[in-house]
Write a protein that binds this ligand. Structure first.
Ligand code: GDP
Length: 331
């Protein structure tokens, strides 16, 4: 027998009661590509929306191996010990190929997974970053409605996913490890510029001195960046996710930040800007998807790709022809 699926209203009512099973189910609906599911997912989101927005959203990035999952486990446990309810989501657009390179592995965050006050969800899969990011944005709303007051969004330090995560969180944390004096090499300037804090992990054993040196160098480098609109000066600190040292200090930096931006209203301002941004992103994304999946366009596109390759028609004329065809059909 197949179990009867709960209605959208039932899901909303259970999510609002803090039911993690209902939350999981609703996120699965959001991630589904089935058209019927889409309508139901929208109903659930709409029902949850008035109860969302009451959380802090923290983005965490860093290259593979830097210790993100170890850090999030230690950090998450610290937060639940303070009475917080922590949801961990991920944005990993490569997950459809690699079957979840982050958060997919069940052995990660073993302690946090068992914690009643934590909810961990691997990245949605999808072939576009925009699609994965949208699903994550929607999942944030559901987690908040379910009573999670601290939302952590993990992403890998490769590609464009940091920018997407940066635009859905209030605080952006860059996790690093100390190298052999070459701390500032190979760091994408843009990512450092987005960071509200740089945390140098693995500051334990023989690494402590190197981590301290890295901290000084990052502090110096951060001074070269223009001041942030938030009025916040990015902080650099060290920790060992493994030995669980320095984790409380990371949290105190984050609470200082929230105190500042709630006082100066930057918190609300940024969230409003982000909402508008995501509306525009969603329109762009759906226009593209609709265009490229249109049967007539698929055929025309193939024909014109060849014609453009053979110099039979200019790229601009071909593009115009396709767009005219698409838009004229809908007039
Ligand atoms: P991720 O790929 O960024 O999620 O990194 P992981 O959390 O999987 O960690 C990568 C490796 O670094 C693992 O072998 C961890 O045990 C190790 N590691 C993580 N944090 C620390 C730390 O604070 N100190 C030390 N010495 N090792 C750590």
């Amino acid at each position: 027998f197949r179990r009867k699926q709960p209605s959208a209203a039932e899901l909303v009512s259970n999510i609002l009661k803090g039911d993690k099973t209902a939350l999981s189910r609703a996120i699965t609906l959001i991630e589904s590509t089935n058209v019927d599911h889409l309508a139901k997912a929208n109903e659930v989101i709409q029902g949850c929306l008035p109860h969302a927005n009451k959380s802090v959203r923290i983005g965490i990035t860093g290259v593979p191996g830097v210790g993100k999952s170890t850090f999030i486990e230690a950090f998450g446990k610290h937060l639940t010990s303070l009475g917080k309810k922590v949801a961990v989501l991920a944005v990993d657009p490569s997950s459809s190929i690699s079957h979840g390179s982050i958060l997919g592995d069940k052995t990660r965050m073993e302690e946090l997974v068992k914690d009643e006050n934590a909810f961990i969800r691997p990245s949605a899969s999808g072939d576009s970053l925009g699609g994965v990011a949208r699903k994550t944005r929607e999942a944030i709303i559901l987690c908040e409605a379910c009573g999670f007051d601290t939302i952590i969004i993990e992403t890998v330090g490769v590609g464009q996913s940091e920018t997407a995560v940066h635009s859905m969180v209030d605080f952006f944390l860059l996790l690093k490890i100390a190298g052999a004096g070459d701390e500032l090499q190979g760091i994408k300037r843009g990512i450092m510029e987005m960071a509200d804090a740089i945390v140098i992990n693995k500051a334990d054993g023989d690494n402590i001195a190197k981590a301290k040196l890295a901290k000084t160098e990052f502090n110096r480098a951060l001074h070269l960046f223009p001041a942030k609109n938030s009025g916040w000066t990015p902080k650099v600190t060290t920790c060992s996710a493994f030995e669980k040292t320095g984790i409380d200090n990371v949290w105190s930096i984050i609470t200082d930040y929230f105190q500042l931006v709630k006082e100066n209203d930057y918190f609300d301002y940024k969230r409003k800007e982000q909402n508008q941004f995501w509306m525009m992103e969603t329109i762009n994304e759906q226009l593209k998807t609709h265009f490229y999946n249109h049967p007539e366009i698929i055929t025309l596109l193939e024909q014109n790709k060849k014609a453009v390759q053979n110099n039979e028609v200019s790229p601009f004329a071909a593009a115009q022809l396709l767009l005219n065809q698409y838009f004229n059909n809908r007039k």
